[in-house]
Design a binder for this molecule. Structure first.
Ligand SMILES: Nc1ncnc2c1ncn2[C@@H]1O[C@H](COP(=O)(O)OP(=O)(O)O)[C@@H](O)[C@H]1O
Ligand SMILES: [Mg+2]
Length: 281
């Protein structure tokens, strides 16, 4: 019998649309438990739309998202929030909220009217802020932070929720390269040390290939390829999905596939095209 990875979160013929415009078409996607899954694809191919549906921010037009075999749409909100944390691509903070208060909102799914703010809540918030290096910002207003600081505060909020499933949409946007690596290393540590299942949308294909256990390449609302990065990332795939000529070599640090764009290449401008050939005759 075929052995398949366990998946708590999956989609079944999931179709997603805005008004009459269908963006994601009958998607069957299984998120492997305890792994880092990274979704890549060109702008506007439906990555964020898919992620939002996985976190129940968007209702399916057809098909379903299943959590532990049950339709996400039919589950109580609290149960969803206790299991799935989602950081959208462009989250919006309540006006003038402080960093500490925003991160504490990550504990909302664990709150109830009869329950005081517990030591457990406090520990989760302190821990999440320390891990994302925002502890010293606790009393600052979120409005007045830099893009990179704000991004780390959002990640802290998502971490404070302490869900087994964590969905992060381009969490490295606005971050300088050192903080990008820090966030991605943190994500991987959460996965390796605590067994969290993580789904990331990343626009950097090379980072995706480095950090993914399972890579999903999307184009026009369909999955074009999925699997281990070294199986998925090939020059053919990059041409098909991104319309880019490239050479794929082993990353000198990790051995994962490294996409080097631009082949053929000429130093005085663009690569040789059919027109160039025509000009040369
Ligand atoms: N709220 C919205 N209303 C209408 N169209 C949207 C909305 N959000 C996204 N879209 C459209 O859906 C398509 C997929 O968007 P998105 O999932 O954000 O792409 P990606 O994250 O891959 O860049 C795009 O054409 C985008 O313009
Ligand atoms: Mg997006």
């Amino acid at each position: 019998m075929e052995t398949r990875p366990e998946t708590r979160l999956r989609t079944r013929e999931l179709t997603l649309a805005y008004e009459e415009r269908t963006v994601v078409h009958e998607l069957d996607l299984a998120i492997p438990d305890g792994k880092v899954t990274v979704i890549v694809g060109p702008n506007a191919c439906g990555k964020s739309t898919t992620l939002r549906a996985l976190g129940r921010l968007l209702k399916p037009k057809g098909g379903a998202v299943l959590l532990d075999g049950e339709e996400l749409a039919k589950l109580p909100t609290k149960r969803v929030a206790q299991n799935i944390g989602l950081l959208p691509q462009t989250p919006v903070a309540p006006e003038a909220i402080s960093v500490g208060d925003l991160v504490a909102r990550g504990r909302q799914p664990h709150q109830a009217w009869w329950k005081q703010w517990s030591e457990e809540d406090e520990r989760a918030v302190v821990d999440a802020m320390a891990r994302t290096d925002v502890t010293t910002l606790a009393d600052r207003s979120v409005d007045e932070l830099s893009g990179g600081q704000r991004q780390r505060v959002w990640i802290a909020m998502a971490l404070a929720q302490e869900t087994d499933l964590l969905l992060l949409d381009e969490p490295t946007t606005y971050l300088d390269i050192a903080h990008q690596v820090e966030v991605l290393d943190l994500v991987r540590r959460l996965n390796r040390a605590r067994g969290r299942t993580i789904v990331l949308v990343l626009h950097d294909l090379n980072q995706a290939a480095r950090y993914a256990d399972h890579l999903v390449a999307m184009k026009s609302g369909h999955v074009v390829a999925e699997g281990a990065p070294d199986e998925v990332v090939t020059a053919d795939l990059v041409r098909d999905v991104f319309g880019l000529d490239s050479v794929v070599v082993p990353d000198p640090v990790t051995g994962s596939p490294l996409v080097v764009p631009g082949a053929p290449w000429s130093a005085d401008g663009v690569g040789e095209t059919e027109q160039d050939e025509a000009v040369r005759g």
